[in-house]
Structure formats: structure tokens, C-alpha cells
Ligand binder design. Structure first.
Ligand code: GRF
Length: 194
């Protein structure tokens, strides 16, 4: 059984989908961590999954914070760490300790529109098609090897909120399918990272 730690910062709708699909997907979420008292932690508690919060404000430096977060993650000895709406950039030492078993969801067709405002940036650029990407985290920002992508059409009158909601619907299926494939060993992160 693939064991998974999920890290979130917000409402955790991707986390929720992962929790709902655990038994059919053949994986187990062993802990959920956050960088703040994120509302999405409630989903984990509902499923009796252990939670932890490591806030940057409690540490003197970003490196100290990331080291404490890494300790919490590594204590769970999980096979995979999923960033599901985790909105902080992780330092190289954290990434190096976990890659390629560290994956991220991003609401665009990377390499287009990396960063924290992917949906807004896609709208501002006037593209007809954007989407969702799941990728291995490397030391850059949203630059790691791509595992899978799904397109989402931009519709006339879309706002950042309406477009992001449609992308999130796609993301939820994408992250569940990806973690399920990893559990079934039909996808190898080592091979994708090579
Ligand atoms: C998702 O769009 C994810 O790609 C981005 O943040 C959003 C998180 O949504 N990084 P949720 O917290 O899973 O609802």
C-alpha cells in the first residue's frame, strides 16, 4: 500500500478528493500537514488522519522552518509527498531530501504560467486553453518533470474564480488518477525524473 503525506495551505479540495478515493486507489494518506491552520485540515480530521502545522512565523528563518517541516514529513516515512495547494516555495534542501517522491498540482499547462497567480496570468495573456499539471518538484518554481497534464478551455466571460473552479475540478481527477497510478506502479517517478 502506497503511503502518502499531503501538504496544504488552503481549503483542501484536492486533499478531499484524495481522501475520498483512498480505498479504491490503493493508497493510504498517513498524515496531512499545513503551513497555517488551514481550513482543509478539517477533511483530514473527518477521516481520522493525523495532522500537523508548521508555521514559518514560529521560526527565525525560512531554512529553519523548512527543516522542521521536513522532520515532520520524514517522521511519517511515507512513500510519496503530495503538495496539494501548498502555497510556499520549499528550499532546495527540502526538495533534495524527497525528490522524486515529491509531487505538486499546478493550475496551468506548465511551463506556461508558473508561480502563485497562474489562473490570473493565463486570463491576462488571453489564451484560449489553459489547464492543470501534476509534476515532480525540483529546485525551481513549478519547473520539475511533468507527470500528466489536462487542458481546460477558457470560456468567454470567465473570471479568475470561474476559470479556477473549472481547473480545480480537473485537478481533483488528475491528482487522484496520478496517485492511483503510482500505487499500482503503472507510473514510475524515477523514470519520469531521469
Ligand atoms: C489548486 O488550484 C492548486 O493547483 C493550487 O492551489 C489550489 C488548491 O486548491 N496550487 P485546494 O486547496 O485543493 O482547494
Amino acid at each position: 500500500m502506497l503511503s502518502v503525506v499531503v501538504l496544504i495551505s488552503g481549503s483542501g479540495s484536492n486533499l478531499r478528493s484524495l481522501l475520498d478515493a483512498q480505498s479504491s486507489g490503493g493508497y493510504q494518506i498517513v498524515a496531512v500537514g499545513a503551513d497555517n491552520e488551514a481550513s482543509g485540515l478539517a477533511h483530514a480530521r473527518e477521516f481520522d488522519v493525523e495532522t500537523f502545522v508548521v508555521s514559518p512565523g514560529d521560526f527565525g528563518s525560512r531554512d529553519d522552518w523548512a527543516e522542521a517541516l521536513l522532520c515532520e514529513v520524514q517522521a511519517r516515512q511515507a512513500d510519496l509527498v503530495v503538495l496539494a495547494g501548498f502555497m510556499r516555495i520549499l528550499p532546495a534542501a527540502f526538495v533534495r531530501a524527497l525528490t522524486p517522491h515529491l509531487i505538486n498540482m499546478h493550475p496551468s499547462l506548465l511551463p506556461a504560467f508558473p508561480g502563485a497567480h497562474a489562473v490570473r496570468d493565463a486570463l491576462a495573456a488571453g489564451v484560449d486553453v489553459t489547464g492543470a499539471t501534476v509534476h515532480i518538484v525540483d529546485e525551481g518554481v513549478d519547473t520539475g518533470p511533468i507527470i500528466r497534464q489536462v487542458e481546460v478551455a477558457v470560456e468567454p466571460g470567465d473570471t479568475e474564480a470561474t476559470l479556477h473552479e473549472r481547473i480545480k475540478q480537473v485537478e481533483r481527477e488528475l491528482i487522484v488518477a496520478t496517485v492511483t497510478n503510482l500505487a499500482q506502479q503503472s507510473v514510475s517517478l524515477e523514470e519520469i525524473a531521469r
